[in-house]
Design a protein. Structure first.
Length: 158
């Protein structure tokens, strides 16, 4: 799992090529807000202009009576308290793992960024490392072929 978002946090905060690629390659579970998710993250077209979600890639999750019953039972103060408690516990546990520099089964440092309406993994700080390499490569290409990058500042054209 790379991202878990609920209906109150559909717009992804990090609007970069890495997150855009994750967005266009995700296999979403169909919910009431799946179309709203794609509309809230229409910025991915900056990176992938012709992108359009493929209906065949959406996993339809049945709205079972168990789910409906649990949502009805927990749509109150007890449910809100339980939600807060579980979020606080999860955030605390993951912070401890990060502080201890715990590693997953692949040897990468574990990290989870959480909030009230989202959670996203960051194993080994992969995104940051990949984006740094991407930007370094782009700057190298701009210096090598400035005619293909007209917005390049004169100081980088040397």
């Amino acid at each position: 799992m790379n991202y878990y978002v609920d209906e109150n946090a559909l717009a992804l905060g990090e609007q970069n090529i890495y997150t855009a690629m994750e967005t266009i390659t995700l296999l979403p579970v169909r919910g009431k807000s799946i179309d709203s998710f794609f509309m809230a993250n229409d910025w991915v077209r900056k990176w992938f202009g012709s992108y359009s979600p493929d209906e065949d890639d959406i996993i339809v999750s049945p709205n079972s009576w168990t789910k409906r019953t649990l949502e009805w039972l927990l749509d109150n103060k007890l449910g809100n308290w339980l939600d807060e408690r579980l979020m606080t516990t999860t955030t605390h546990r993951w912070r401890k793992k990060q502080q201890r520099k715990m590693r997953n089964h692949e040897g990468q440092e574990m990290a989870l960024i959480t909030g009230k309406h989202f959670a996203k993994s960051n194993p080994g700080y992969f995104q940051e490392n990949l984006l740094a390499a991407y930007h370094e490569k782009m700057e190298s290409l701009k210096r090598q072929w400035p005619e293909h990058f007209p917005s390049l500042s004169p100081s980088l054209q040397k």
